[in-house]
Design a protein around this ligand. Structure first.
Ligand SMILES: *Cc1c(COP(=O)(O)O)cnc(C)c1O
Length: 431
């Protein structure tokens, strides 16, 4: 399989090159040259197959020969080792809970898969790989955990001092081993600026292979489609499901749409957005007009300019009508999100975190316009991560998970650093 850049100014590359590079040199996103079709037989037998086998079958054509099959199979097993239960919320709405991984975030799957691929490739290129990440919270912990103890890979995480939650900080700073946390005495923008400067520092890049674990990396993007196969695998109704996805950068939903293009039986997609609704507006009037990012209570979806929007366009060959046929989108305000959290708890006894609640509300709006449709909402975060807010809305105190209890026993280990790029450079040179 070859990957081309959506900007069409860089040469096509294979999976290994695309995964190591992250973004294409022309600043485009890599996109597969074709969508490999899955056999009817495989799709009919989904229900009987173990998760690891499904993952392997789905991803192997994308990885093609850049990773030996036995290694790839093991990577798949280690990526999807936890549960993805389909839970009934109402007669017509189910959730697929994606948050049972080590950091309680749906980003665990992408991070685990990518880290294992890069670790394999570090052997092939015979160079130590340093993954450099700036984080405002969640992405950093999934990435850090995914890369923990991967041979040949060091992870350096920059996070703004005092600006991440306590649980998030513990998740970033207690891993040790090959994961180093730099506590930057500034804000998230400082962290991001320092990281960006390191990537454009040619001298530094001569000595170490620097890469980002950015969400646009195909090794993080492609494995997210596994969720949609696990959803269909557990679906018991004769009519194919409609699937709603709480969306920010649109990586998750776009990977699901890739699964559909490969043959998976999904009726329709709903992009559930908070007040950052550029795609909702685009589907209404055909005009793409990004606005500055707005802060909301579903903060992992606070993205003003979704980076994977170009991939959506590419998948449907810039055909607006074709895209509109498979994708609807609704905007859900914070007030409506809170109402949905409360109503879902009071009426159905289900605790949905604010991101999942945006998905549930969008599904309900769709179902009002399309009576009789049954659907699945991708549940992207564990409510315990938003315990305070959940308590404020529902009055319920959420019990800590084992992962969080264990974390609280550990000691923070971080290196305090000022916001000068030179400080970061000196640190990286000594690694
Ligand atoms: C990252 C994230 C999202 C958005 O996913 P995208 O792939 O960026 O659209 C939604 N919910 C949660 C909890 C997330 O962490």
């Amino acid at each position: 399989m070859q990957y081309y850049s959506t900007n069409k100014q860089s040469p096509s590359v294979n999976f290994q090159e695309a995964a190591l590079a992250g973004q294409a040199p022309d600043k485009g996103l890599y996109f597969p040259q074709s969508v490999p079709q899955l056999s009817k037989e495989f799709l009919q037998q989904l229900k009987q197959k173990p998760k690891s086998e499904i993952a392997f079958e789905v991803i192997k054509n994308y990885v093609s020969n850049t990773i030996p099959e036995d290694v790839l199979f093991k990577i798949c097993e280690e990526t999807v080792y936890f549960d993805f239960p389909l839970v009934k919320v109402t007669d017509d709405i189910y959730t697929l809970e994606l948050f049972h991984g080590p950091t309680l975030s749906f980003k665990d799957v992408g991070a685990r898969f990518m880290s294992r691929c890069l670790s394999h490739f570090s052997n092939c290129i015979n160079k130590k790989i340093v993954v450099l990440v700036a984080t405002s919270g969640d992405t950093g912990s999934a990435v850090a955990h995914g890369f923990l103890n991967r041979p040949g890979v060091e992870v350096v995480i920059l996070y703004p001092s005092g600006k991440v939650s306590r649980v998030q900080e513990l998740q970033l700073t207690t891993l040790g081993s090959n994961v180093k946390a730099l506590e930057i005495q500034g804000d998230f923008d400082d962290c991001q600026r320092m990281v960006k400067q390191a990537f454009t520092d040619d001298k530094l890049n001569n000595n170490i292979f620097l890469t980002s674990a950015n969400s646009i990396n195909i090794a993080r993007w492609l494995p997210q489609q596994f969720y949609y196969f696990f959803a269909v695998q557990q679906w018991q109704h004769s009519e194919a499901p409609v699937i709603a996805v709480p969306s920010g950068n649109f990586g998750n939903i776009c990977s699901g749409m890739l699964g559909k293009a490969a043959g998976l039986d999904i009726q329709h997609f709903i992009a559930a957005c908070n007040s950052n609704d550029v795609v909702t507006r685009y589907l209404n009037d055909g005009l793409y007009s990004p606005l500055p990012t707005v802060a909301t209570i579903s903060n992992a979806m606070d993205v003003g300019q979704p980076s994977n929007f170009v991939r959506l366009q590419e998948l449907y060959k810039q055909d607006f009508k074709a895209l509109k046929n498979v994708l609807s989108s609704y905007k859900v305000s914070d007030a409506s999100t809170e109402e949905t959290v409360l109503a879902t708890w009071k009426n159905h006894g289900y605790l949905a975190d604010p991101h999942t609640a945006v998905g549930i509300k969008a599904m309900q709006i769709y179902q009002q316009a399309h009576p009789g449709k049954k659907g699945i909402v991708m549940s992207t975060a564990h409510p315990v991560k938003f315990a305070e807010l959940m308590q404020k809305i529902t009055g319920i105190e959420i019990e800590k998970t084992e992962q969080i209890k264990e974390l609280e026993q550990l000691n923070k280990q971080s290196v305090l650093m000022d916001t000068n790029y030179e400080s970061l450079k000196q640190y990286l040179k000594k690694m």
